[in-house]
Design a protein around this ligand. Structure first.
Ligand SMILES: NC(=O)c1ccc[n+]([C@@H]2O[C@H](COP(=O)([O-])OP(=O)(O)OC[C@H]3O[C@@H](n4cnc5c(N)ncnc54)[C@H](O)[C@@H]3O)[C@@H](O)[C@H]2O)c1
Length: 366
């Protein structure tokens, strides 16, 4: 088997998750890492025996023994790194959001299409086994007709005005923060599990801390990115929806929750308890469905690495997301979150922000 040689750019939180994941996937090998921190690179090279390390991302993109680039850089670099990688003829697996505005994401989606190279976005939450199960139950009609989709994605790591990160700065993270950072995941999952498309949005987007203290300078800086957003959604078929995202909700760490309301039953799934799916019934006993290999053997072949009762978590869903991308690339299929989809999700988050500003419903004709 010919190994796909991978280079990862950006070795922060998610870059390390990609590295761990890639080391578990057959048929791929990590040959190069790039980060602006020399120290980080040396530690990783010594620990994992990586062939090339460099601080210049263009050098990594052009290495002849790299076939695929994983873009794990801060948001403002996504477009330039993805573009260079595609122009160098490399496959690209990019972190979300695909870019910092729809102009960037539209351009890069078109380039990916022109090159015909596999280009995916890491909307990883799709690849939890119970999310796959949820999708299957909906598509098989087990909950009847879908009537509503709702939920939230709440965090607390930016709760106080003293909390800071590059995401707070719109020149690095983009003008949308909570919406683009975590709302993008929620929107992708809602459309993915239901097979419906968001057609209209009404947003209420807020910056709760208009100033934050930058710990590296001690200075108070003006903040124009969102801490909070709520949106009403109308899906295809006039299906109702709503969701809230927040990075200031005490006690909510990575509280991604989604509910799909059907005419026969409803389904609830939560990222912090991902091995369970609640099947809610009227006039019957609610069912708390545990991940169960005997009931869904096909999902276990693709999206579950361990037997039932051996919990799988965030690292596993990223592993599944990357594994699915390379399996599709190998078979020339595009059954993964493509750059086109990444562009659509940025258009949706942008429409929610526009609606909030204009205080009106915005129709999503894309
Ligand atoms: N899919 C997910 O669930 C998920 C989770 C977390 C983050 N992300 C996305 O991943 C991206 C990175 O987020 P993070 O939390 O890992 O951030 P981070 O700050 O932890 O890591 C970013 C890394 O990029 C490096 N970097 C910055 N500029 C660079 C340059 N010019 N050249 C090379 N390296 C450079 C930094 O040194 C740092 O190590 C973001 O776009 C974020 O939205 C996705």
């Amino acid at each position: 088997m010919e190994l796909i040689r991978v280079g990862i750019i950006g070795m922060g939180m998610i870059g390390r998750v990609h590295l761990d994941a890639l080391r578990r996937i057959p048929g791929v090998v990590v040959t190069a890492l790039c980060d602006s921190s020399e120290e980080k690179l040396q530690t990783l090279q010594a620990a994992f025996g990586i062939k090339h390390v460099c601080t210049d991302w263009q050098e990594l993109v052009n290495l002849p023994d790299v076939d695929a680039i994983h873009n794990c850089t801060p948001n403002h670099m996504h477009h330039q790194v993805n573009e260079a990688a595609l122009r160098a003829g490399k496959m690209v697996f990019s972190e979300k959001p695909l870019g910092i505005n729809p102009q960037e994401t539209g351009e890069i989606a078109r380039l990916a299409q022109e090159t015909g190279l596999p280009a995916g976005v890491n909307f990883c939450y799709r690849y939890y086994p119970m999310v796959q199960w949820m999708k299957q139950l909906i598509s098989q009609g087990e909950i009847g007709e879908v009537r509503a989709v709702h939920g939230h994605y709440l965090q607390d790591w930016l709760m106080f005005a003293e909390d800071f990160d590059w995401r707070v700065d719109s020149s690095i993270g983009g003008s949308l923060r909570a919406l683009a950072d975590i709302g993008s995941h929620w929107l992708d999952l809602a459309e993915y599990v239901t097979g419906l498309k968001v057609e209209r949005v009404f947003g209420d987007v807020a910056t709760i801390h208009p100033q934050r203290k930058n710990p590296s300078t001690g200075a108070l800086v003006d903040v124009d990115t969102d801490d909070w957003a709520t949106a009403l959604l109308q899906f295809s078929g006039s299906v109702k929806g709503n969701f809230t995202v927040s990075q200031i909700s005490g006690g909510h760490k990575n509280d991604f929750h989604i509910e799909v309301v059907g005419s026969k039953a409803s389904l609830r799934w939560s990222q912090e308890n991902p091995e369970f799916l609640l099947i809610g019934k009227r006039g019957g006993v609610n069912q708390l469905q545990y991940k169960e290999a005997e009931l869904a053997p096909e999902l276990f072949q693709e999206f579950s690495s361990f037997p039932s009762g051996h919990p799988e978590g965030y690292g596993d869903c990223v592993k599944n997301s990357i594994q699915n991308f390379y399996a599709c690339a190998k078979d020339n299929r595009n059954d993964y979150p493509t750059f086109e989809l990444g562009h659509r999700i940025t258009q949706l988050t942008t429409a929610i922000a526009q609606s909030s500003k204009e205080e009106t419903w915005v129709t999503c004709t894309f």
